[in-house]
Structure formats: structure tokens, C-alpha cells
Ligand binder design. Structure first.
Ligand code: HEC
Length: 158
């Protein structure tokens, strides 16, 4: 039995080492900017800072990776969140969204931030969470940003 456990541990160690050589592609190579999104939705400097440090890592094409992102299997775990998050809402692709979709995404931002579902718990665990004033500033910005898209929708449906 002891021998079996030893072989198992050695195999597990070997696979962990081998895993280090397989790295998911980094989500920052094809540098797509967030300026289009910010030009349209006009966050204040404060709100832009909040978005950058709490949301863009999973919702833009420019993730700032922490050092532990280099370590498998953490690298796979982060990659999965980034792909999934970007698939739903990617500010670097904002210009390609319709006014309806933009309005809806901002509605989701408000809903998820109010419920405390975004940023994800696994993220706030290491990065810290939004405090009350960050949350307020973010919600107010999203409400105001929605107005222009709602206006666009009204005009286009006339
Ligand atoms: C660690 C990665 C991560 C961070 C950081 C993060 N999100 Fe997300 N987000 C996700 C994932 C994954 C999903 C999709 C799965 C889900 O809904 O739980 C998602 C979904 C969303 C959606 C839903 C889109 C839709 O139409 O359903 C919105 C809106 C959103 N996030 C906004 C934010 C905002 C705003 C922040 C910052 C305050 C933020 N997220 C921070 C990973 C993240």
C-alpha cells in the first residue's frame, strides 16, 4: 500500500510539472482597447479606475495577470473565467454591439453589481471587493450611460 501511494504521488508530481508547459494563450496579445467603450459611456476618472481594477480583467481584451496566473492549474481556472466573462460582456468589442445590446448589458451591470454577484467571489477573494462608494459611483454611471442608448432606441423606432 505504501508503495502504491508513493507511485501515485510521483505520478501526480510529474503531471503537475508537465502541466506547467501547457499554457493557455494570454488575453492581452491582440491589444484591443477599452477607449471606444469609455468614449461612449463616459466614466469619470474615478469610475474608469473602478472598472479597470475590478472588471476589465474578465470583460476586456486586456487582462492584467497576477504572478500566480503562470502556475497550472490556476492558469486554466483564470483562463476559463476570462473566456466565459468576455463571451457575455466584452468592452473591447463594445463598438460592435447594437444599441439594444449595449443598453441590456448595462442593465445587467447594474443588476449584478447591486446583487453583489460581480465581480465574481473568486476574484474579490484576492483583489478585494467594491466598497459602498465604488458601488454607488458605478451604478450611477451605468444608469446615466444607459440613457443615451435608450434615446437611440426611441429615435430609431419612430
Ligand atoms: C474573475 C472574472 C470576472 C470579473 C473580475 C468580473 N466578471 Fe463579470 N462575469 C464573469 C463571468 C465568468 C460571467 C459569466 C457567468 C456569470 O454570469 O456568472 C460574467 C458575467 C457578467 C455580466 C453578465 C452579462 C450578461 O449579459 O449576462 C455582466 C454585466 C458582468 N459580468 C459585469 C461585471 C462587472 C461590472 C464587473 C466589475 C464590477 C465584473 N463583471 C467583474 C467574470 C468576471
Amino acid at each position: 500500500m505504501k508503495k502504491f501511494i508513493r507511485i501515485f504521488l510521483i505520478l501526480a508530481l510529474i503531471s503537475l510539472v508537465v502541466l506547467q508547459f501547457i499554457r493557455p494563450d494570454k488575453n492581452n496579445g491582440g491589444y484591443e482597447s477599452v477607449t471606444g467603450f469609455e468614449t461612449e459611456t463616459k466614466p469619470s476618472q474615478e469610475v474608469a479606475g473602478i472598472l479597470k481594477s475590478n472588471c476589465y480583467d474578465c470583460h476586456s481584451d486586456q487582462t492584467q495577470y497576477p504572478w500566480y496566473a503562470e502556475i497550472a492549474p490556476i492558469s486554466y481556472y483564470l483562463d476559463d473565467h476570462i473566456r466565459h466573462g468576455k463571451g457575455e460582456f466584452n468592452v473591447s468589442k463594445w463598438e460592435g454591439y447594437s444599441a439594444k445590446k449595449k443598453d441590456h448589458k448595462l442593465e445587467e451591470v447594474i443588476e449584478l453589481v447591486e446583487k453583489g454577484e460581480m465581480p465574481l467571489d473568486s476574484y474579490t477573494w484576492l483583489h478585494g471587493n467594491l466598497n459602498e462608494s465604488d458601488t454607488k459611483a458605478l451604478l450611477l454611471w451605468a444608469e446615466v450611460a444607459r440613457l443615451q442608448y435608450q434615446n437611440e432606441l426611441k429615435v430609431s423606432s419612430k
